[in-house]
Design a protein around this ligand. Structure first.
Ligand SMILES: *Cc1c(COP(=O)(O)O)cnc(C)c1O
Length: 218
């Protein structure tokens, strides 16, 4: 069976999203040619989970927005600040302070999201909603060069996305309570449920580009 084109996939997902929901095409492991197809279809927001890969693709495509969505390490922050339009995965004050230091040095304010892990999955990054609330106020108090634009969550893997609706709802409640701008939740398998619960930014990889081949990872 022939696969749909990247362009068709992108346009069909976009047309199914409500007005005001940002579609971030997750391009980890994808080639410049594949990214070029998405750009030609109108995509201007791409997500990467490795700092080195984001920086390389930023050089190839400087006119689109690059979102950092991966596990954040302190020693990679230097290379990301100013290049990533949004860092989705901040889950400690140490990371926020490091971003703040680098952003101050460059004379800019870095937009970030706090990564929440409402299901408490130990193998994943992210903190509980209660810890996220505290971290939000601590960053506001101590990091003038960091702007917390919103919250991000990676829901547990589930055969039925209805099973994770409760986690989307929990993070959406905190998002509303704090009055933030960006709620980044939902991937290929569960984005419809995430959007129903209030996500206004979805991160979609395989439903646009096809199945990932990790042997191509740099
Ligand atoms: C890979 C990845 C995605 C996209 O996953 P798909 O299932 O391919 O849509 C979204 N968010 C994060 C944080 C990812 O690492």
């Amino acid at each position: 069976m022939q696969q749909n084109s990247i362009s068709d996939n992108y346009k069909s997902i976009l047309s199914g999203l409500p007005e005001g929901v940002l579609l971030v095409a997750v391009s980890k492991t994808r080639t410049d040619a594949e990214i070029g197809e998405a750009v030609a279809a109108g995509c201007r927001d791409f997500g990467e989970n490795k700092a080195q890969e984001l920086c390389r693709k930023y050089e190839s495509f400087p006119d689109v927005r690059w979102h950092f969505i991966g596990h954040l390490q302190k020693n990679k922050i230097r290379s990301l600040v100013g290049k990533a339009c949004l860092i989705h995965s901040v889950d400690s004050i140490e990371l926020a302070l490091e971003i703040n230091k680098r952003a101050a040095g460059l004379g800019l304010v870095q937009d970030i999201l706090i990564q929440v892990n409402a299901a408490g999955e130990t193998q994943k990054s992210g903190i509980s909603p209660e810890e996220a609330r505290k971290l939000y106020f601590e960053i506001c108090r101590t990091c003038p060069n960091v702007k917390v634009a919103g919250l991000m969550q990676i829901a547990p893997e589930a055969d039925d996305p209805e099973d994770v609706r409760v986690y989307f709802k929990e993070v959406a409640d905190l998002f509303k309570e704090l009055g933030l701008d960006i709620l980044s939740m939902g991937m290929s398998s569960d984005y419809k449920v995430a959007v129903e619960e209030g996500a206004n930014c979805v991160r979609i990889g395989s439903a646009i580009f096809g199945k990932r081949d990790y042997s191509r990872m740099i």
